[in-house]
Design a protein around this ligand. Structure first.
Ligand SMILES: [Zn+2]
Length: 448
């Protein structure tokens, strides 16, 4: 209805204009040489309008003729684009279906049709990877890294190749580059954390892992690996603050403080650690500053004050007393260690040493009592509990020294100081002390 109304109004306006032009009086006379043309004014206006329309149509026709080649080129380009897109789709389907022959054929086609398209390069790289042609795949991924838009795709592909080839340092480097190309991808962060743990890049692992990871373990390892003494001290302090019962953390911190000539603070750290979890390596470190056996005994008594009733404290005092030739005190402390439940080989061996020293010393009696005690100690050794050792609670392997990640199974933070149960023979278990992490660094579990 509205359109009909509009048409009627337009027709009325045009009719009015025509009448207005028709009503204009006058004549237009044009003289060219001897030729004279005379037209009424309405006819002259009509002739002008017709001329304008004809000129416009002629110009449009000329434009159309000149645009034919470019129109043809655009059509061809659009056709190529469509065919290329179809080839990419088919290649992707073939890759998903693990069909390397089709994937290669279609990706080659896509690369021919769309040589500049990053997606064509990507499917070509993936097809080559699927077809077991890593060099060709790598070349395609490398080209992708050269363009800013597709750099992440390239690094991601190269990263997977490096992981397949178990080239962990290269993988860690590529993961870092991928993160720069496209920051904030959560899976990439997790991958970087995994690679940092695997390559023993503990400082990096600390920044990448979440609160579920054993921070004290990683910070200890990072402190041990740090070359800058100030950074090492900071990391060791973090480790100790995170878990004062972790002996390697306490030792790393105390050692760094001692190197910085902060003896009193170093001693305080060992005393705190001894209160949390007495460990023979702490005692060894604490007494290490003295060579005189009597002074060492005094220092042992200082440390003993942190946890006086603990069997490990009695054992430390017994050792220090024996070294200071205080045989009676050594025997008393060794007996207290045994009474405290430390029925272990190392204690019976010490008992035997004490009785041997007693039978040889200046206060030795007839030697009969000492001889009997020595024989008892020696008899008890085979039946005693095995000595505590560093032990992976994930895979059950014993280690000569502590490791942040178990060298046998790769699990992080599970090498603990444990006393084996009676009947378990620690000496029969291979003591593995490989420095390289051979297996997967698995998700960290609970320590102790
Ligand atoms: Zn293990």
């Amino acid at each position: 209805m509205r359109r009909v109304l509009g048409f009627l109004i337009l027709a009325a306006i045009l009719l009015a204009i025509a009448f207005a032009i028709g009503a204009i009086p006058g004549t237009l006379v044009a003289t060219v040489g001897t030729l004279t043309i005379s037209l009424s004014l309405p006819l002259a206006i009509l002739a002008l309008l017709v001329t304008i329309i004809v000129v416009y149509l002629v110009l449009r026709l000329i434009g159309l003729i000149f645009s034919v080649p470019s129109r043809f080129g655009r059509g061809r380009h659009e056709r190529q684009q469509r065919q290329g897109d179809r080839a990419i789709t088919r290649a992707m389907v073939a890759i998903a279906a693990a069909d390397p022959r089709t994937a290669l054929r279609e990706s080659d086609r896509a690369r021919r049709l769309l040589p500049q398209a990053p997606l064509a390069r990507l499917v070509s790289a993936e097809a080559n990877r699927l077809a077991g042609r890593p060099e060709e795949a790598e070349a395609e991924f490398r080209t992708l890294t050269e363009q800013q838009d597709s750099a992440f795709l390239g690094y991601r592909g190269l990263l997977r190749q490096a992981i397949d080839q178990q080239d962990w340092p290269l993988a860690a480097d590529l993961a870092r580059r991928a993160e720069v190309a496209h920051p904030g991808a959560p899976w990439l962060r997790a991958e970087r954390a995994r690679l940092a743990l695997r390559t023993g890049s503990w400082a990096e692992a600390l920044t990448l892992t979440g609160p579920e990871a054993p921070r004290a373990v990683m910070a200890t390892a990072a402190a041990e690996a740090a070359t800058d003494p100030i950074e090492a001290l900071r990391l060791a302090k973090d480790a100790f603050n995170a878990d004062s019962s972790l002996t390697p953390a306490a030792l790393a911190y105390a050692r760094r403080l001692r190197l910085a000539r902060e003896e009193r603070r170093s001693d305080k750290v060992v005393v705190t650690a001894w209160t949390a979890a007495p460990h023979p390596e702490l005692a060894e470190f604490y007494l290490d500053t003295e060579t005189d056996p009597i002074v060492r005994m005094k220092r042992a008594e200082q440390l003993a004050g942190a946890k006086p009733a603990h069997p490990e404290t009695h054992l430390m005092l017994a050792r220090a007393a024996l070294a200071a030739k205080l045989v009676g005190e050594a025997r008393r402390q060794a007996d207290l260690a045994l009474a405290g439940g430390l029925d272990q080989r190392r204690v019976w061996l010490l008992k035997a040493d004490i009785e041997e020293a007693a039978s040889e010393g200046p206060l030795a009696g007839t030697g009969e009592a000492e001889g009997a005690a020595l024989r008892t100690a020696l008899r008890r050794i085979p039946a005693a509990q095995p000595d505590p050792r560093w032990h992976c609670t994930a895979c059950g392997t014993d280690h000569a020294v502590w490791h942040p990640a178990c060298p046998a199974c790769g699990v992080l933070g599970r090498v603990d100081w444990v006393a084996p149960r009676r009947g378990e023979n620690a000496s029969q278990v291979a003591l593995i002390d490989r420095t390289a992490v051979s297996g997967d660094v698995a998700a960290p579990g609970s320590r102790r």
